[in-house]
Design a protein around this ligand. Structure first.
Ligand code: KG4
Ligand code: ZN
Length: 331
């Protein structure tokens, strides 16, 4: 059994987690989200400075929670990409210092592999093959997963424009709802009729790519042309269009590839309508749906430690200390 320390700094969350044998021993998280709100998006320089301030306190807090000494840690795992270059570099510098100071092996982890591995911390090891839908403010990806530690992840589809969470955030702004948009649109939608407006569903030739910019423009047009419209009805109809496309494609991918497990992660996986529709459609097709709790859906340290744990267990060779950030890392 390996005890792995994981560090995540790819965007605006500083995450540190300690994982052993698929279990979280300690975790700490800090976020600079509030500092970016007035700029309408994450500012890399602000995120990097915030990571520098938060890394040591998060490390202390996770170690205290785990009641662990440095000598009990077997390996250090860190997100090497994709993500914001300067933000990634802060985590890499911290991880390398620890690996050097404690004389422990260092593992670079792909951020999306981390998102998928997060679910193993809640529901145990993944089956031999699964499909993962990663839906957050930065990603909308449909992935075919074999062995997270040894096999490359296959991208079945990605968004061609906005990420799903970004679409929620932009629509919230159009409707005058507060940031972050996902929770506020979903709260407004609870009082609305999802069938009130038939917003477009971009199926893009029935492949597995996604597009949300046309939907966002359709909402903008609607708001412009009908100033007195019901915000809950627009929110509910928009949310329904997003949940419909995401779940339809994810289930179709499972059926086409003969895979019976779908994992949904990322901030948008907190959306109650998405979860309900996914559960309904998976059940109808004999697919097991796995969605971790919200704290494991969004960026966090334990998910990176979880991949590190898999890499150590698989006997994967560690990285050298010149491991560099790969902001646009391919899978
Ligand atoms: O994974 P995450 O915390 O951060 C990254 O983007 O990496 O995802 C944040 C995104 C935001 O766009 C937010 O609006 C969206 O997830 N989100 C939601 C909900 N909660 C958060 N979208 C829809 N419904 C929600 N309940
Ligand atoms: Zn992420």
């Amino acid at each position: 059994m390996a005890v792995v320390l994981g560090i995540e700094t790819s965007c605006d969350e500083t995450g540190v987690g300690i994982v052993a044998d698929g279990r979280i021993l300690g975790a700490a998280l800090a976020s600079s989200m509030g500092q970016h709100a007035r700029f309408g998006g994450v500012v890399p320089e602000i995120a990097a400075r915030a990571h520098l301030e938060s890394l040591v306190p998060c490390l202390r807090s996770a170690m205290e929670q785990a009641r662990i000494e440095p000598s009990e840690i077997d390996a250090i795992a860190v997100t090497s990409g994709p993500g914001l270059a300067t933000a990634l570099q802060t985590g890499l510098a911290a991880a390398k210092s620890l690996a050097l100071g404690w004389d422990r092996p260092l593992y670079g982890v792909h951020h999306l592999a981390g998102h998928v591995a997060a679910d193993t911390l809640e529901h145990g090891p993944l089956p031999d093959r699964s499909i993962a839908l990663i839906v957050s403010g930065g990603h909308t990806s449909l992935l075919l997963i074999d062995d997270l530690a040894t096999d490359p992840i296959v991208h079945l589809g990605d968004t061609r424009d906005d990420a799903a969470g970004e679409a929620f955030d932009k629509v919230a702004r159009l409707l005058g709802l507060p940031y972050p948009g996902g929770p506020s649109v979903s709260r407004a939608a609870a009082a609305g009729d999802p069938d009130a407006i038939a917003f477009p569903r971009a199926m893009l030739g029935h492949g597995y790519d996604f597009s949300f910019s046309g939907l966002k423009s359709a909402v903008a047009r609607r708001v412009e042309q009908h100033p007195g419209l019901s915000v809950p009805d627009v929110a509910a109809s928009f949310q329904e269009a997003v949940a419909d496309v995401l779940t339809r494609k994810a289930v179709a991918a499972c059926l086409e590839h003969g895979i019976d497990t779908l994992v949904i992660v990322g901030g948008v996986a907190a959306n109650a309508r998405l979860r309900a529709l996914a559960a309904e459609r998976c059940a109808a097709s004999g697919i097991t749906l796995r969605v971790p709790p919200p704290a494991l859906c969004t960026d966090n340290g334990p998910m990176i430690a979880a991949v590190g744990d898999l890499l150590v267990t698989a006997g994967h060779p560690p990285a050298t200390l010149d491991l560099s950030a790969d902001p646009s890392a391919p899978l």
